[in-house]
Design a protein around this ligand. Structure first.
Ligand SMILES: [Zn+2]
Length: 408
């Protein structure tokens, strides 16, 4: 009898559940219509440069080509602005290598500028919080620029002004290997400078003077603490997650998150699977091997495409290991718990390894908002997470730059 009663109730329960889901979706829609949403790490320039026929103004399909960002999907998802990354894997640290890095960086800046110019009705290059809001008011997407790996700065700090004038507003000091500015968390050789180098120290001073945010993602723990001591402006981690929830070196410890927050900084949660959820030994080895192959200097775009497809397939081979939107919000919850709502943001690392069930590409970001609503976050909180906290750091860097330039 009881079973029969439950069976009869089931359609009602399902209906109530789906009504609740619809209400949440409506609420998320409303929030995205009003909020200014910013993601601090987008690797779409890789596709712009390496994928033949990739056009950021045309809608692509994640299931067909694995790409996660383009302007139409940003609009569809309610993503107002993203930091496009001038990224390169670390190469030879010689004068010739540095010159090559600079040329490559300039090529990526050009590709970003060209893409924005091609779609003047859709997108605009923006460099300040204010410019971002003005573009948003006009109904346009904002394209900010960040640099992942300070290698193209070389030994000539005047390059910083050159890149700043091209729109650059943050630099991740190092990528997966040590460079001349800083130690990396990923270098198999371990520490080389004991943190930030002497050159890195001068670089940070010049970044502060110009108003370029120091990004602490990827660098070693010692380098992070050096940045905390050296930077006169608040900093952020453009794409890092919590080490307390996934114990990998690329993530930040509670102590680091709290210290960065106490100085006004923000950790933007990364959506790369193993940073969200520590994989089993077996999967970790597969990930590491594939990533190392992708980072090889002679890896062709075709090779990288194949490797990325294999990385994506891992979650189907090991379904229990794939993180979901819930895992992402666990990391947000954790930062809020230890450092407060003003110090967490989002830097999904899409087109650079982002891999979350339920948020496969930028058109699906509302699922994150829905999960935040489910856990009781208010619209005010969600607006902070989705953009206001990041914009505050950007504005603070501008303010510090102004002060440093007016001091006698
Ligand atoms: Zn990265």
């Amino acid at each position: 009898m009881k079973q029969l009663f439950l069976l009869l109730c089931l359609p009602v329960l399902v209906l109530a559940q789906s009504k609740k889901e619809q209400r949440l979706l409506k609420k998320a829609d409303k929030i995205h219509a009003r909020a200014y949403t910013v993601d601090t790490h987008a690797d779409v320039p890789i596709n712009m440069l390496e994928m033949e026929s990739f056009d950021v103004g045309v809608k692509h399909n994640y299931n067909e080509d694995g790409t996660q960002i383009d302007f139409p999907r940003m609009k569809e998802g309610g993503m107002d602005a993203m930091f496009f990354a001038v990224y390169m894997a670390q190469g030879k640290r010689t004068p010739e290598g540095d010159a090559e890095a600079k040329q490559k960086a300039l090529k990526i800046f050009q590709a970003i500028h060209d893409a924005v110019k091609k779609y003047p009705e859709t997108a605009e290059l923006v460099t300040t919080a204010k410019e971002g809001f003005v573009a948003h008011k006009k109904g346009k997407l904002g394209v900010f620029i960040g640099m992942e790996n300070g290698w193209p700065v070389g030994h000539d700090l005047s390059n910083l002004k050159l890149y700043y004038d091209l729109g650059l507003r943050y630099i991740t000091l190092a990528h997966s290997f040590n460079n001349d500015l800083s130690d990396s968390s990923g270098d198999p050789q371990g520490s080389e400078h004991g943190g930030v180098s002497k050159l890195g120290e001068q670089c940070i001073a010049e970044m502060n003077r110009l108003g370029i945010v120091v990004d602490v993602s990827h660098i070693s723990d010692s380098a992070f603490y050096d940045v905390m001591r050296l930077s006169k402006a608040p900093v952020f981690a453009s794409h890092s997650s919590c080490r307390a929830l996934s114990d990998v070196k690329r993530n930040m410890t509670d102590d680091m998150i709290k210290l960065m927050a106490s100085k006004g900084g923000v950790i933007q949660i990364n959506f790369v699977a193993d940073f969200l959820k520590k994989p089993s030994e077996e999967v970790a080895i597969s990930i590491k091997t594939l990533r190392m192959q992708a980072m090889k200097a002679d890896a062709t775009p075709e090779d990288k495409k194949k490797i990325n497809a294999e990385l994506r397939q891992l979650k189907y081979k090991f379904p229990g290991e794939a993180p979901s939107v819930k895992t992402v919000v666990d990391h947000i919850d954790h930062v809020v718990k230890i450092a407060g709502i003003d110090h967490v943001g989002i830097g999904m690392d899409m087109d650079g390894g982002s891999d979350v069930v339920g948020c496969e590409d930028v058109s699906k970001i509302k699922n994150v908002t829905i999960e935040l609503l489910r856990r009781g976050y208010s619209e005010k909180d969600i607006r902070k997470i989705w953009g206001e906290n990041t914009m505050r750091v950007l504005a603070a860097a501008e303010k510090v730059a102004k002060e440093l330039n007016t001091k006698p």
